[in-house]
Ligand binder design. Structure first.
Ligand SMILES: O=P(O)(O)OC[C@H]1O[C@H](O)[C@H](O)[C@@H](O)[C@@H]1O
Length: 293
């Protein structure tokens, strides 16, 4: 059986040993284990989940790959005014829809989220989300599909995959971001936060508190460290956020494990500068493929 489903999660199992676990709560991928391409065949955990993460559906998961929709950060659009930080998608139970593919190359499942009575209290726009998660021997693809089922109204949204890559944070290099413009959300004043900076580093590190939203996401980003690395191939996304709170901000996060910021870097493909607008009946797809390097 290439996948197992329980009341609260879906486990994908690749014949060569890789596995992935998806909580129906938030459609949050909470584990991706894949072996190195050469050397030991033992699958290795590639995502970080805080040991203090709450996994019972009462709070967004601190780690894995939370899905952010329809706003990133505090709401700014009038349609989003009642929403919490990062919207509602990471706080809702998604439905298991179907198995998309199941062959030697990989196993793929589809989860969906539609308006419900919970969401309607906070958000009245019509929308449909589908999330397709595909596990291959050395890759994990996570594709978010946003559809606007309305016959007449446009849908304005932001979307982002908040990917917590398990990595020795103080040793990572992230590239290629040289020359890209970014917003630095660690700046104290609003003026400084709203001023674009130019990335001067060919290899970006997160040794200090980092919360940078790059415009113009590259088609591939590599996170490497001595002895390891993960690549991200991106399609459809326009921005790339790099986040590591370090002790400065991490020590204030209630569900962060002790010194947890030393064990991950968040690489977050998204569409979070301004709003993406979908016309009536349109669909947008954002694709992330995590690759063992
Ligand atoms: O604590 P959360 O709501 O999960 O947000 C965690 C972080 O998410 C993103 O990376 C944002 O850029 C950060 O500003 C934010 O602090």
């Amino acid at each position: 059986m290439p996948y197992q489903k329980t009341h609260d999660k879906v486990l994908l199992i690749h014949p060569k040993g890789a596995t992935a676990e998806i909580l129906l709560f938030g459609a949050t991928v909470t584990s991706w284990k894949s072996a190195e391409r050469s050397g030991p065949r033992e699958p290795v955990e590639r995502l970080f989940v805080s040991s203090k993460a709450v996994l019972d559906g009462s709070k967004a998961v601190r780690g894995g790959i939370p899905v952010v929709f329809p706003c990133f950060g505090p709401p700014e659009h009038p349609d989003h005014s009642k929403l919490p930080q990062h919207g509602f998608a990471r706080n809702e139970f998604w439905a298991f829809d179907s198995v998309v593919t199941d062959d030697d190359a990989g196993v793929s499942v589809r989860l969906t989220l539609q308006p419900n009575s919970n969401i309607a209290k906070l958000y009245t726009k019509d929308f449909q989300l589908a999330y397709v998660v595909t596990l291959a021997e050395h890759e994990l693809s996570t594709d978010i599909h946003v559809s606007n089922p309305s016959a007449s109204e446009a849908l304005d949204f932001q979307a982002l995959l908040h990917t917590y890559i398990r990595a020795p944070a103080n040793d990572v290099s992230i590239s290629p971001l040289l020359g890209k413009l970014y917003i630095d959300k660690t700046e104290k004043s609003l003026g400084a936060r709203n001023t674009l900076k130019e990335e001067k580093r060919s290899a970006v590190d997160v040794r200090t508190f980092t919360d940078s939203v790059y415009e113009d996401a590259p088609p591939r980003v590599d996170v490497s460290w001595p002895g390891g690395g993960v690549g991200l191939k991106l399609g459809g996304f326009t921005t790339l956020t790099v986040w590591n709170p370090q002790a400065e901000a991490g020590s204030k996060i209630g569900d962060m494990e002790e010194n947890g910021w030393e064990r991950f870097v968040c690489i977050e493909p998204g569409c979070v500068r301004g709003f993406k607008q979908l016309g009536a009946g349109e669909t947008w797809i954002g694709q992330q493929v995590l690759v063992v390097v």
